[in-house]
Design a protein around this ligand. Structure first.
Ligand code: URA
Length: 296
């Protein structure tokens, strides 16, 4: 039994290290499915316990070499990202879940802006009602619109890898967008659409009461921080957000959007995102997984 536990501990350590290496620019990236199964988050709302079983179900597929300055070209099937299930009997958490579901219902019926006419599915957001970290993106893309789930396409796969490189899993965090409906052809959200939609995000944040918001990209950072500044100026430090004038100040870290990382898959961009995520972990008092070696 002790040997089995030791083996499981080793597998977890190796797996975490590999994921960190991958996300941080290791040259060879396996295209295998990332299994998030077997996760158990403590009901107390703290950081998830390490998986109790190795994620060995992930069948490894042939590796591909990442091109310089470009992310691996293969487009992962969106269905590869499993729906996070948070199992709990804690009445406080169940109440949070109920309130989040009530918002999701409002979003599904929302006609506040014209995007409801062109969307396939609204994308309210998903994740752990007790999340310490809420990741906020811009708006659903084609994959998200098709599935009604946030970050399930190619950028979502990279976001999942970033989360896992942090030693977390998708079901540990909450993932949402500024807009809950896809703008046609993925155009930038308009000021009107953002004004109509951001109240849902604020409500989600108030219910979850996370310790940290990670704003992914300029749109999310500008919307949450109410500034026209460029993402390059906003990332690299902590900001504060109040969803209510007298409400608690929440910490916000802005970083590059995973879709931007995919377009500009450069070591310096990946390093900056990782530095932001390391700062987030440190700020939360969570362990920081080992840094990657210098890229070969
Ligand atoms: N990009 C976003 O900003 N959000 C998503 O959900 C997917 C892609």
């Amino acid at each position: 039994m002790t040997q089995v536990k030791e083996m499981q501990r080793l597998i977890r350590a190796v797996r975490g290290q590999l994921q960190a290496e991958l996300t941080l620019g290791a040259r060879w990236l396996p295209l295998g499915r990332v299994s998030l199964a077997g996760a158990a988050r403590p009901a107390s709302g703290g950081r998830a316990a390490a998986p109790s079983a190795p994620a060995g179900s992930a069948a490894r597929k042939p590796a591909v070499q990442a091109g310089a300055g470009r992310a691996p070209a293969a487009r992962p099937a969106a269905a590869e990202i499993p729906v996070p299930h948070v199992r709990t009997s804690d009445p406080r958490v169940l109440e949070k879940q109920r309130r989040l579901e009530a918002i999701a219902q409002q979003v599904r019926q929302c006609t506040k802006c014209p995007l409801h006419q062109t969307r396939t599915n609204p994308v309210p957001g998903e994740g752990n009602p007790e999340a310490l970290i809420v990741f906020v993106g811009e708006a659903p893309g084609a994959d998200e619109d098709a599935q009604g789930r946030p970050f399930v396409g190619r950028a979502g796969k990279l976001l999942t890898q970033i989360i896992e490189a942090m030693g977390l899993r998708r079901e540990d965090v909450y993932i949402a967008n500024v807009l809950k409906s896809r703008p046609p052809n993925n155009r930038e959200p308009s000021a009107l659409e953002m004004a109509a939609c951001i109240g849902y995000l604020y409500e989600q944040i108030e219910i979850i009461a996370p310790k940290m918001i990670v704003a992914l990209g300029a749109c999310a950072a500008r919307a949450l921080l109410n500034t026209p500044a460029a993402i390059g100026q906003l990332r690299g430090r902590f900001h504060e957000l109040r969803t209510q004038p007298l409400g608690p100040a929440l910490k916000v870290r802005a970083t590059y959007h995973p879709a931007y990382l995919l377009r500009s898959y450069l070591p310096e961009n990946r390093r900056r995102v990782w530095e932001d995520m390391q700062a987030v972990l440190r700020e939360l008092g969570l362990p920081v997984p080992p840094r990657r070696k210098q890229e070969p």
